[in-house]
Each structure stands twice: as structure tokens, then as C-alpha cells.
Design a protein around this ligand. Structure first.
Ligand code: FES
Length: 127
């Protein structure tokens, strides 16, 4: 019997794979750690017993958000204190702007992140 990740038809899109980045216990409560997942750096946080994963790259000047201060479901960038939701990636001072979030799960004691899907190149608009 095919697994839930096996497509019935060969041209059916498959879900991106999950990648193990750490073991449960490697990230202390209220802290974050950065991991390479595919071509991205992903900040993984443990807050109130739940794991969250967002882009590690602060859009202001590029600090590692994994090194920021976590309070409830927000992280403050360690350089200039822009605050982002670790739940949905929104910049809390201007929620119209947000950074990427990633699916995270725990399987057999491993913290896993779903591989980011890279956007396909945009078609050439000049013809
Ligand atoms: S680099 Fe993050 S707030 Fe400036």
C-alpha cells in the first residue's frame, strides 16, 4: 500500500520532504537555533513547548533572528530589535511585511523542517 507521500500518478506533485535539523532537547525553551535547510537558513524556536520555524535572515540588515530574544510568540532581532511573530513571520511593527515561515514537526524525537520550495524563475516579460 502506498504511503501518504507516494503520489498515485507519476506527474502528481509531491509534498516537499522534511529534513531533520536537531533532536528534541537541543533547543532550550525560549531560545532559537539556526539551521541550513536546502539553500536557506532557518531559525527554529521553542516557545511555550511548541516549535516554530521562520527565515533566519532579518530583512533590515541581515542579522540571525535565531540569536534574538524570544518572548511569547515573538522574536526581537539581536541587532536593532525589530520584532517578528514566530508563528506567522509578520513584522510586528508593520504586519503588512512578513518573512517566510516553514512547517516544523517532531518525528521520533527529531525536529524536522519541511524543505522550502524555491520559487520558479519568472517568465521573461520583455518577450
Ligand atoms: S538587522 Fe534586524 S533589526 Fe536591524
Amino acid at each position: 500500500m502506498p504511503s501518504s507521500e507516494t503520489p498515485l500518478f507519476s506527474d502528481e506533485p509531491t509534498e516537499p520532504a522534511y529534513v531533520t535539523v536537531a533532536k528534541v532537547g537541543d533547543i532550550p525553551e525560549g531560545e532559537g537555533r539556526a539551521f541550513a535547510v536546502g539553500k536557506r537558513m532557518v531559525a527554529v524556536f521553542l516557545s511555550q513547548g511548541k516549535y516554530f520555524a521562520i527565515d533566519d535572515f532579518c530583512p533590515h540588515q541581515g542579522a540571525s533572528l535565531a540569536e534574538g530574544y524570544v518572548e511569547n510568540c515573538a522574536v526581537a532581532c539581536p541587532w536593532h530589535h525589530w520584532r517578528f511573530s514566530i508563528e506567522d513571520g509578520s513584522w510586528l511593527d508593520n504586519p503588512k511585511i512578513s518573512i517566510d515561515t516553514f512547517r516544523v514537526r517532531v518525528m521520533n524525537g527529531n525536529i524536522q523542517i519541511q524543505e522550502p520550495v524555491e520559487a520558479s524563475p519568472k517568465p521573461d516579460q520583455d518577450g
